[in-house]
Design a protein around this ligand. Sequence first.
Ligand code: FE2
Length: 354
Amino acid sequence: MHVRLAWKAARLWLMLLWLMLAGVLAGCSLSSAGQEAVLKVYTSRHYEVDSRLYEAFTEQTGIRIEEVKGTAEELLERIIAEGEQTTADLFVSVDGGVLEQAKAHQLFQAIESAVWEEQVPERWRDDESYWTAISSRARVIVYAKDRVDPAELTSYQNLADPNWKGRLLIRSSANGYNQSLLASLAALNGLQDTLDWAAGVARNLARSPEGGDRAQLKGLLEGAGDVALVNTYYLAGLLGSDDMDVARETAGLGVVFPDQKEDEWGTHVNISGIGLIRHSGNKEAAVQLIEFLTGSEAQTRLAHDNFEYPVNPEASMPDILSEWSEFKAQPVSFSEWEAYRPQLADVAEISGWD
Ligand SMILES: [Fe+2]
C-alpha cells in the first residue's frame, strides 16, 4: 500500500515538474518570438563581405538578418508582386539606376535618421531620402603593361579605335555595369554617338563576351587580350591579394582612369545602395541597419575587405584606394541614365556587342 501511494505521489510530482518545465519553455519561446527581430534584406550584391557585416550587426544589436538573394530584376518583381504583404524590409542594389526604378515604383519610404545624414554626404543620398549609397566604384581600363602603351588609352572613346581590333576584353553589353556606362555616355554624348561607340567596341572584341569582370582580368593575364574594362574593386582585389602569386602576376597590369582631360567628362562611377521598403514592418531596425552600414566601422570594412570606395568620409581606405581616389568622376544622374535604358535595350543587336 505504502509503495503504491509513494509511486502515485512521485508520479504527481513528475507531472507537476513536467508542467512547470513546459510552462517555462513556452514562456521562453513566446518571449523570443515576441522580441527577436529579423530583418529581411533583398539583395543583388554577391560579395562575402556583406554576410560578415550582417553578422557584426547581429552581434551588436541582437537583430538577425536574412538575406534573400537574386538579380535586381527578380527581386524588384517579387517586391512589387508581394505588395503590402511583402516580407522585404530593405532592398540592396549594385546600381543607382535600379534604386531609382524602385523609387519610381513607390517601393521605398523615406529614411529618417540624423545619424545617417551625418555619416553620408548629400551627393550619395537620394534627394528625397528614399535610398542611400553604401559604396562606390569606378569603371576603369586595365592593360597588360608589356603589350600596351597607356598613352594610347586615355578615354572610353579609345576602346573603339581600330588599333585595338581583336584585343579588347569586356563582358556582355547586357550586363548592368556596361548598361549603366552606356546610359551615362548616351546622356553625355548622345544616343547615336554611344551606339557608334558600342559598334566600335564590338569590332575590337578579343573574343565573344563571356564571364564577369574577374574573367576579363583573368583573360588579360592569360594573354587572351591586351586591354579590359572592369570595376575598380576587381582589380584592387587582385593587386591586394594575400596570395603572393596572384599579387605578383597582377603587378603586370596597369590601370587608366578614362576621360581625365579638361574637355572630357571624367570616369564613370556607380554605387551600391540600399532603400527602406515602404511596407516594412521593421522600420526601426531597418534604419538601424542603414546607420550601421554607413557607419565608419562597416565602411572601413567594405573598403579593406572588398576594395569599394566608402561613402562615409570618416572611413579608412587601403593604400591602393587612397592612390586611386584622386580622379575626375563623370557627373552622376541616375534618373537621366534610367531614361536611356529602354533605348539601350537593343544595343547588342544594333552594335554586335553581345
Ligand atoms: Fe561586382
